[in-house]
Write a protein that binds this ligand. Structure first.
Ligand code: C2E
Ligand code: CA
Ligand code: CA
Length: 400
């Protein structure tokens, strides 16, 4: 039965333990939710359409199917509700199920381990999932889904169509703005803003990445003087494709461009993501060292996933470690992520590196990172990538 209240937050619970479901509903109503519960997946799915809940809570163990099946159904149905996963199973199982939900693209609010307290449920239900998004910040991942050809890319390069958007990095110590990551963007003639996922790979495969990198870097460098007028201590991070490292002329090209735009190499952080396509380990060592000799900072991007390994960290001349967002995004829901992030922060600090966490999507994660001594944070909770003018006026990091 649906209990009507003024509030427009609606929680739908799927659990075959009726008393548990009823208790959840009762607590949620205290928090101002309308609630409904069922033990049938068919009724649950019907209600998803008919009632459009803003929140769903799903038990991992049901008589006919398990929580992973339910997660798949939610994905198939393009469920936009915030998801809470409930279970009497151990923490690790709950952890991996919640990771599966998040990696399937669901908005995971958190997990509840049975028996749970009233406060832990209320904590979840009162989470504000909205970021502090300003009008000119990007409202979402602007992946257009366009299929880009090499010719189209070459054409756009000729027209100098590629630009950068700027995402702030703030100090965990005092929320001060430390700098920006410059992220490639392609304002397409169709009106959509195309993000790198649609063109970096094809640029790498077609060899156009060298031209593309130079175009994005030049746009960023040419605009840095405007930022420097407001704050000369700011640093700017630029992404480097591993393919760029094979271009021996690039370190000097970059140094010349820095001189041309009056930017000190010490203001630039090059973020490098490792891939399997890397040249020989010796060449990589040499190329990276060449950037350091010229005064640029180097950051090991996406640390903890893919090919970025402890060997690389020990061997290569990085000055910064960037914890992959996969860990940061799951801080609120995964005990393992919290342990890994705490260990990586401590490792990075002990090696004298500046440690940055990206993918900070809520206040809880930001506070956690600050508590464990992470140096800097970046993510949608702080700000989304922004065009230059919006970024120049961005004051969100500074405490009043
Ligand atoms: P990345 O270097 O890991 O950059 C971070 C990506 O995560 C950016 O996506 C950023 O918009 C997004 N992001 C930042 N904070 C959050 C958050 O809190 N939540 C979520 N869900 N996402 C967040 P973007 O701009 O689409 O870039 C994707 C990737 O493309 C970058 O990942 C980087 O590897 C690559 N890329 C971007 N610009 C360049 C470039 O100029 N050259 C090269 N070679 N690669 C680039
Ligand atoms: Ca990066
Ligand atoms: Ca990254």
């Amino acid at each position: 039965m649906i209990k009507q209240q003024k509030n427009n937050r609606r929680l739908l619970v799927l659990d075959d333990e009726n008393d548990v479901a009823a208790t959840i509903c009762m607590m949620a109503e205290i928090a101002g939710y309308q609630t409904e519960h069922t033990d049938s997946i068919e009724v649950f799915i019907e209600q998803l359409f008919v009632w459009s809940p803003t929140h769903v809570a799903v038990d991992l163990q049901l008589a006919k199917l398990d929580g992973i099946d339910v997660i798949h159904r939610l994905v198939e149905l393009d469920c936009k509700a915030a998801v809470i996963i409930i279970s009497g199973l151990g923490g690790r199982i709950l952890d991996s199920a919640s990771r599966a939900a998040a990696e399937n693209g669901l908005t995971l609010l958190g997990t509840l381990s049975k028996p749970f307290s009233r406060d832990s449920l209320l904590d979840l239900l009162t989470i504000d999932t909205s970021s502090r998004i300003l009008p000119h910040q990007e409202s979402s991942f602007l992946h257009s889904g366009l299929s880009i050809s090499g010719d189209e890319l070459a054409n756009a390069l000729r027209k100098k169509a590629f630009i950068a958007h700027f995402q702030p990095k703030i100090s965990c110590l005092n929320s001060e703005l430390m700098g920006f990551e410059c992220l490639a963007r392609w304002p397409h003639q169709s009106g959509v803003m195309i993000t790198p996922v649609d063109f970096i790979e094809i640029a790498e495969r077609s060899g156009l990445i060298h031209q593309l990198t130079r175009q994005i870097y030049e746009y960023a460098l040419a605009n840095l003087t405007d930022f420097a007028q407001t704050d000369t201590k700011l640093k700017f991070a630029l992404n480097l494709s591993p393919v760029n490292l094979n271009d021996e002329t690039f370190p000097n090209w970059l140094l010349d461009k820095c001189r041309e735009y009056n930017v000190s190499p010490s203001q630039i952080i090059l973020e490098v993501t490792e891939t399997a396509s890397m040249d020989s380990p010796l060449k990589l060592l040499e190329h990276l060292t060449q950037f350091r000799i010229r005064g640029f900072h180097l950051s090991i991007d996406d640390f903890g996933v893919g090919y970025s390994s402890l060997v690389q960290l020990a061997r290569l001349p990085f000055s910064e470690l960037k914890i992959d967002q996969m860990f940061t995004k799951t801080l609120t829901t995964s005990d393992e992520s919290r342990k890994i992030v705490a260990a990586v922060v401590s490792l990075g600090k002990s090696m004298g590196l500046n440690v940055v966490a990206e993918g900070v999507e809520n206040e809880w994660a930001l506070n956690f990172l600050c508590d464990i001594g992470c140096d800097e944070a970046q993510g949608y909770f702080i700000a989304r990538p922004m065009d230059k003018i919006t970024a120049l006026n961005w004051k969100g990091g500074k405490k009043e």
